[in-house]
Ligand binder design. Structure first.
Ligand code: ACM
Length: 510
């Protein structure tokens, strides 16, 4: 090659390479969004975010300001400056503008990014928050490089397939502090999940202060699996969690499991036992040995008080009554018990959710059966008019091990590798239970073996984004091979967030 030719080729190569890097930064369609949006159209240039960027928010819309401040705080973390939030009555010419518009499905948003202005338009405050999460996925999760932060321009229109997209945290087997629960809420928010189901009571622990029955928390909350010190949330702390979640468009569904899984209550109050004697506290992991005394009137006074106090603390529409694995309660006692408890929930203005066994009783209007194990129960629930929350243990239980080498978790429902957790469709899983019968999707994390937030992270990541996508993205838009490439691009994000995730060999981590 002649010298001149050589220099031409080198220059051409350099131009190609720089065009390539440039196109990654300015091509919105290259961003690995999870969950996958309904539509992404790139327009090929970039918005630059810096310390002078203002977040504007439409005045007079409930819930928008907290979302705008959430975004400002994130931007300030990137830029090290104090981005401000301003309330305005019309769209500005530049900056970031958050507003609502009519005519979109619930929780929908549209994101319009051009060189001067980023517009996040939601159907409601939730839609705006989800639009913010999408916007944040175009940026690193942390940045202190001082480099300009660019957001590729284009338009995203998006809405969820299911309105209810949740995860459950079992704070009863092992207790998790307020700070740990907040971290869990932050994980859900990253992927547009909008429900945190808190499993607040079980044989091993009672975790919520009930003022009319104080020994539930004092005695019932004192231990946890393995015999360590347990804990409970005061009502004030619980309300703080409700607010922290609400600021991230997440509702809390509190569960008091009954009539089984109640040893912590039975150890706290002798009168709840048929023989009038308090049980010993229990720190093992067996199930099915405890039951409230279903034919004592005091049992229903107890439940009435608990549901009354919990309903008053819970702005969301649901109270979860458990109802699973009540192996020590004869069915002829279980059925009238569940029917009576449902009426108590209704009396306090809430809707019932229960594990699939509650279908043996008569679901009240608006009741939801949470499918975890038994197709027959779930089908019976639907025949009796209930809707279904999809949490099939063999697909969606976050405490199931990834494979036989996983050091935490259990495998009674099987191993759930990341592909197995992702590759299913809620609306075709159970014959005869189609989308119109399904409230949504929830991934439960039971905590027999999981003792702290690092262990939570290992079981939850990287499966959680998959459950979020199952809830958000229509099944014909989902495909494991395409998903795993996007997931692989989130590994750095997990690392930057300090998340201890399972580095599945099935995912091409970048
Ligand atoms: C359950 O896993 N016992 C609902």
């Amino acid at each position: 090659m002649k010298i001149k030719q050589y220099w031409y080729s080198l220059a051409a190569l350099f131009l190609m390479l720089s065009a390539c890097t440039e196109s990654v930064k300015t091509d919105l369609s290259q961003t690995a969004f999870i969950p996958k949006p309904v539509s992404v159209t790139a327009s090929g240039s970039a918005f630059e975010l810096n310390g002078a960027t203002v977040v504007y928010v439409q005045e007079g819309v409930d819930g928008l300001l907290s979302s705008a401040e959430f975004l400002s705080n994130k931007i300030n973390n990137f830029t090290g400056s104090a981005v401000t939030t301003e309330t305005v009555s019309a769209a500005p010419a530049k900056g970031i503008y958050i507003s609502v518009a009519s005519g979109m499905p619930a929780q929908a948003y549209e994101l319009n990014i051009d060189k001067k202005l980023v517009k996040i338009t939601g159907a409601d405050a939730a839609g705006c928050f989800f639009g913010i999460q999408t916007l944040l996925q175009t940026l690193p999760v942390k940045s202190n490089t001082g480099e300009p932060l660019v957001i590729p321009t284009g338009t995203i229109t998006d809405h969820p397939d299911f309105g209810y997209r949740g995860a459950m945290l079992d704070v009863a087997r092992h207790f998790f502090s307020v700070e740990e629960v907040k971290q869990f809420i932050d994980f859900l928010a990253l992927y547009k999940m909008n429900v945190l189901h808190l499993h607040l009571s079980d044989d091993q622990g009672w975790r919520i202060e009930i003022k009319s029955w104080p020994k539930l928390a004092e005695i019932g909350g004192s231990l946890e699996v393995g015999g360590g010190t347990g804990g409970f949330y005061t009502q004030e702390q619980y309300s703080g969690l409700v607010q922290y979640a609400a600021d991230r468009q997440i509702m809390i569904v509190p569960e008091i499991d009954m009539p089984g899984h109640t040893n912590a209550a039975l150890a706290s109050y002798a009168e709840l036992n048929c023989n009038g004697k308090a049980t010993e506290l229990y720190t093992g992991t067996r199930v099915g040995f405890s039951t409230l005394c279903t034919d004592k009137e005091v049992t229903y006074q107890f439940i009435d008080d608990v549901v009354r106090e919990l309903a008053a603390l819970t702005p969301g529409p649901y109270i979860h009554i458990g109802g699973d694995e009540s192996h020590s309660t004869p069915l002829e006692d279980y059925i009238p018990f569940v029917n009576r408890v449902q009426e108590i929930v209704v009396k306090y203005g809430k809707k019932v959710i229960g594990w699939d066994e509650i279908a043996n009783a008569t679901p009240v209007e608006g009741a939801t059966v949470q499918f975890w194990a038994d197709v027959e129960n779930t089908t019976m629930g639907v025949e009796k008019g209930a809707q279904v929350l999809m949490s099939p243990a063999a697909r969606a239980y976050l405490d199931m091990q990834y494979d036989s080498t996983t050091h935490l978790g259990l495998h009674w429902a099987g191993y759930i590798e990341v592909d197995n957790g992702y590759n299913w469709d809620p609306a075709s899983l159970v014959p005869g239970i189609g989308k119109d019968k399904i409230l949504g999707v929830e991934a439960p994390l039971w905590s027999e073996t999981v003792t702290n937030i690092d262990e939570v992270e290992y079981m939850v990541f990287p499966r959680l984004p998959g459950y979020a996508e199952i809830g958000w993205t229509a099944p014909d838009q989902r495909n494991w091979d395409e998903y795993k490439a996007r997931l692989g691009k989130h590994g750095n994000r997990f690392e930057d967030l300090g998340i201890d995730y399972y580095k599945s060999a099935l995912v091409p981590w970048e």
